[in-house]
Design a protein around this ligand. Sequence first.
Ligand SMILES: Nc1ncnc2c1ncn2[C@@H]1O[C@H](COP(=O)(O)OP(=O)(O)O)[C@@H](O)[C@H]1O
Ligand SMILES: O=c1ccn([C@@H]2O[C@H](COP(=O)(O)OP(=O)(O)O)[C@@H](O)[C@H]2O)c(=O)[nH]1
Length: 185
Amino acid sequence: MIGGPGVGKGTQCANLVRDFGFVHLSAGDLLRAEQERPGSQYGDLIRSYIKEGKIVPMEVTIALLENAMLASGQTRFLIDGFPRKMDQALKFEESVVPSKFTLYFECPEEVMLQRLIKRGETSGRDDDNIESIKKRFKTFTETSYPVVEYYSKKGKVHTVSCVEAPDVVYGKVKVIFDKLFSENN
Ligand SMILES: Nc1ncnc2c1ncn2[C@@H]1O[C@H](COP(=O)(O)OP(=O)(O)O)[C@@H](O)[C@H]1O
Ligand SMILES: O=c1ccn([C@@H]2O[C@H](COP(=O)(O)OP(=O)(O)O)[C@@H](O)[C@H]2O)c(=O)[nH]1
């Protein structure tokens, strides 16, 4: 699941987990947990990348995802906020598992900005401030959007507009998943 910062990925993943029983893995949540883990050798590195809105070197993120996948003992994963750089996409599919499809959440920056400023009132996140948000938008456009284009060329992308209220957005997401999983399962 790919989309700009604050587009609503986490919000929609919660709905999908409830209705389709995936294991939800948020790359950002895994990185924040590793950042706080006592004794982690990557804590400071992750903290500085997240604050600067940059993409943490792929070896760290892929190892965290792979470990969480293995630890779950499950086989159906909804990976949230990953891949957001071409090197991650290629390496993950080569060394862990190929993806089935990509859900791309589309939304104007002004709308995401308002959501992130509001989330920042309570999230406690180091990157929900205007300076980091601007950097995250730039990284998304320059570094992450090419991943969407790459998967689009392979015919693997489903695009959903996220401007409307969460339940309206989920209505559209659910139609896509109902179709995909009634065909494949
Ligand atoms: N469709 C929506 N309309 C309005 N607010 C939303 C919508 N989806 C999510 N939000 C809110 O916007 C913020 C960002 O959503 P979140 O799911 O955390 O995004 P992401 O995981 O993409 O960063 C949260 O505070 C969330 O409650
Ligand atoms: O594969 C990833 C996913 C996330 N991040 C970092 O984690 C931050 C927060 O990502 P998350 O998906 O949690 O939140 P979003 O920015 O989408 O609101 C990003 O800006 C990056 O710095 C990263 O480096 N690699």
